[in-house]
Design a protein around this ligand. Sequence first.
Ligand SMILES: NC(=O)c1ccc[n+]([C@@H]2O[C@H](COP(=O)([O-])OP(=O)(O)OC[C@H]3O[C@@H](n4cnc5c(N)ncnc54)[C@H](O)[C@@H]3O)[C@@H](O)[C@H]2O)c1
Length: 312
Amino acid sequence: MEVSEILLTILESVVFIVKSLYFVLEAIVLKFVPVSYRAKDVSGETVLVTGAGSGLGRLMSIRFAKLGCRLVLWDINKAGLDETANAVKQHGAISYTYVCDLSSRDDIYTAADKVKQEVGSVDILVNNAGIVTGKKFLDCPDSLIQKTMEVNTSAHFWTCKAFLPAMLDKNHGHIVNVASSAGLVGVNGLADYCASKFAAVGFDESLRYEFIAQGKTGVHTTVVCPYYINTGMFTGVKTKFPRILPIVEPEDAVDRIMNAVLVNQHIVMIPGILYLFMALKGLIPTKAGLLFAEHFGINNCMDDFTGRQKQE
Ligand SMILES: NC(=O)c1ccc[n+]([C@@H]2O[C@H](COP(=O)([O-])OP(=O)(O)OC[C@H]3O[C@@H](n4cnc5c(N)ncnc54)[C@H](O)[C@@H]3O)[C@@H](O)[C@H]2O)c1
């Protein structure tokens, strides 16, 4: 190696270390700056929310409506969509509803074409619709495993294929992928769900790197990784230490999601203690990780799961 090459390598390493330290410091300082000072203005933007017919999808739609956005609401459940559209209207926002089965690529492309014709381009795409089987892997019917992957993962591909090109052309947009903490750790009783959510997390992160590599710094992604939320989707699940790892109230989850989107945060884990758990996951041996999951009751939190189907 020539002296000049050695000097260049040293210089690059120093720049790398200084920049890394700068980003760490920046993140610490920003923690103390209220979101209201850093939030971007989304008024007048068009926001498409999938799974808008209930739960987080409905609450996020209402929040975007309050911020002066136009809403495009997708769901398979027409009655739920109408209810969300009414709620959005009460906040003075216009909404366009589309019944769309997100497990069908054809349905997604058909609905996307209608949106482009009737509404125009989308600025913020929220891939939120999700389903859960909640059975041990070998008890899961093939059809449900397939559907879980289609709704929780593949649908993100097709919605992005439909709406991302316009965002990239304008170098302006935001993709929000609602995944789960089950996209960061495996959970007993959620094998197909975890697989679908790990995929959603990987998709989000890779897309972000793709945008950066293309210089599209105006197109953002946020991946949302919550623990259980009290929306009804996971009815029956238990938490052993509710003070440390609570089942989150939907409004609290949506507060965190909206704040993250408005400051272009890349990943949001809810509740915040999950950041510590994830750091530990990378540090401790897997056997200690298993002990940890047992201690916190994560390994049998699904034992009394009923979910939505059995309530109805
Ligand atoms: N509730 C939780 O504990 C929890 C935890 C982590 C992540 N999440 C994720 O948050 C997202 C929202 O969940 P939620 O708690 O609001 O659940 P939810 O059941 O209240 O809402 C999901 C919505 O998706 C719609 N949907 C389901 N299948 C569809 C399909 N094939 N086509 C179109 N729409 C379809 C449903 O009709 C429903 O309106 C999901 O992706 C879920 O996986 C939820």
